[in-house]
Design a protein around this ligand. Structure first.
Ligand code: 6CS
Length: 339
């Protein structure tokens, strides 16, 4: 009997070891880099994504915040090369790789209303069908595009009109359409990587920059600029994607785990941002009591709005028929979510 028990125990142990062995082979560590710090919007999204993947599979996610692996263009190259499995890169930078992604820089295209913005990202055919094909051509599986908040412009001197922006150098992300957009606003656009913004503002290489409010607060641009102006021209967009070969090689079950994690992080990040702009403005004012926060009136915005047509034309010039069709789809998707 004892012998029988020992044999049985031995074979159970062997079976358990083999199951453990199989599990160990399947449990991978996936690397995910993003363009912001852990406690900024992209970092919050990434942590939710990680939490969901790790709760629903044996895989582990290793997070690389801004600065740990280089600039935005570096983490994109590393993802395309398969060194990283996931990357969050804003169309502001992807626009240099996928010209159509620059659509997010046609001024006044996205609505101001946060719920409309959220619903657009949730339901848009352009986002869920057209863009995935364009990203796939670059070896990327697009998982989610999400908003990061209304874009504000910080400057050394106040402005209310395109004339006031004359001769002002404004730092922008490195894509040609954003350059066109700031030219149309009357300014002198200066494309620079993220890591150079603060120094450029401090030394006067540029006199201003644009970003969502939480980022202006966390990056402390209020230390070097005293004016924060909202002209209502845009909402900052970001996107998370996977290396396509890696994603295509996953089991159907793992693909679903990844998609579910991305959906969970999307809903979470919309909720997380409720009231964030207002909170950040308060924090900025507390840190720099000299900060003047201005929201231009409809009338004051009009000359900036008038420049949108010229930027739209430039977008079509850069992207041809593909961009034209995308723009039409984008507008139809936006119409569908207008309240
Ligand atoms: O302006 C930039 O370069 C940075 N802004 C934000 C909101 N996120 C990351 C990006 O690199």
């Amino acid at each position: 009997m004892t012998v029988y028990r020992n044999v049985l125990a031995g074979s159970l142990l062997a079976a358990a070891t083999s199951i453990a062995g199989v599990t160990a082979v399947q449990a991978d560590t996936w690397r995910y880099a993003f363009e912001e710090a852990m406690d900024e919007v992209q970092g919050k999204f990434a942590q939710k994504f990680k939490e969901s993947i790790e709760a629903n599979s044996d895989h582990e996610i290793q997070l690389f915040p801004f600065g740990t692996l280089g600039e935005s263009t570096d983490i994109m190259e590393q993802t395309q090369a398969g060194i990283l499995q996931f990357v969050d890169q804003s169309p502001g930078f992807t626009g240099a790789l996928i010209p159509e992604a620059q659509i997010f820089f046609v001024p006044y295209l996205l609505p101001q209303d946060e719920e409309e913005v959220a619903e657009f990202f949730r339901t848009s055919t352009a986002i869920h069908e057209t863009f995935p094909k364009l990203y796939a051509e670059q070896g990327l599986e697009l998982l989610s595009m999400f908003p990061e908040g209304a874009v504000g412009i910080t400057t050394r001197e106040p402005f209310k009109s395109p004339e006031d922006l004359d001769e002002m150098k404004i730092r922008v992300m490195t894509n040609p359409l954003l350059v066109e957009s700031y030219k149309a606003f009357g300014a002198t656009p200066t494309p620079l990587p993220t890591g150079e913004i603060y120094g450029a503002l401090q030394t006067g290489i540029v006199q201003g920059q644009e970003n969502p409010t939480f980022y202006i607060e966390s990056s402390k641009y209020y230390e070097v600029n005293d004016y924060l102006t909202y002209i209502g021209h845009n909402n900052y967009t970001s996107a998370i994607m996977a290396n396509k070969d890696f994603f295509d090689g996953l089991s159907d079950e793992d693909k679903q785990v990844v998609r579910d994690a991305s959906d969970a992080a999307f809903e979470y990040i919309l909720e997380y941002q409720k009231g964030l702009t207002e909170k950040s403005i308060e924090a900025i004012k507390a840190a720099n009591p000299d900060m003047v926060v201005t929201t231009l009136s409809e009338e004051e915005r009009q000359p900036f709005k008038d420049s949108a047509a010229q930027v739209e034309e430039a977008f079509i010039g850069m992207t041809g028929d593909s961009g034209k069709a995308l723009l039409e789809q984008f507008k139809a998707d936006l119409d569908a979510v207008k309240k």
